[in-house]
Design a protein around this ligand. Structure first.
Ligand SMILES: [Zn+2]
Length: 109
């Protein structure tokens, strides 16, 4: 498959090999749509396999901008259902900071 036909996001499940020990949050019986980052564009939304198997996390990788985030799961009803986050804006690498001329006050004995 050519590169540009692959899905933008690669979601990998990493098994924590633990069962949840805490009761789920009753506020979220149908999963949580995680919102991360601020209101600044661009926003990427990734659907996650829900519910998760058990404790562990999803590693989400954007093939476009290279951002990598991790979303923890517990195998409970309040697991994340999707994750929305700020894609890394494509920016030119910043030039190295110029050394500042430090003017030190002369020490008077
Ligand atoms: Zn991205």
């Amino acid at each position: 498959m050519p590169d540009d036909e692959r899905p933008q996001f690669k979601v990998t499940w990493l098994d924590g090999r633990r069962e949840p020990t805490v009761a789920p949050n009753p506020q979220y019986p149908d999963g949580v749509d995680l919102i991360m980052g601020g209101d600044t564009a661009p926003h990427c939304k990734v659907e996650l396999p829900y519910p998760a198997v058990r404790c562990g996390y999803y590693r989400i990788e954007c093939r476009v901008c290279g951002i990598r985030i991790a979303v923890t799961t517990a195998g409970r009803p309040d697991d994340p259902r999707s994750a929305t986050f700020n894609c890394k804006p494509k920016v030119e690498p910043a030039p190295p900071p110029k050394p500042k001329d430090m003017k030190r006050p002369k020490k008077t004995p």
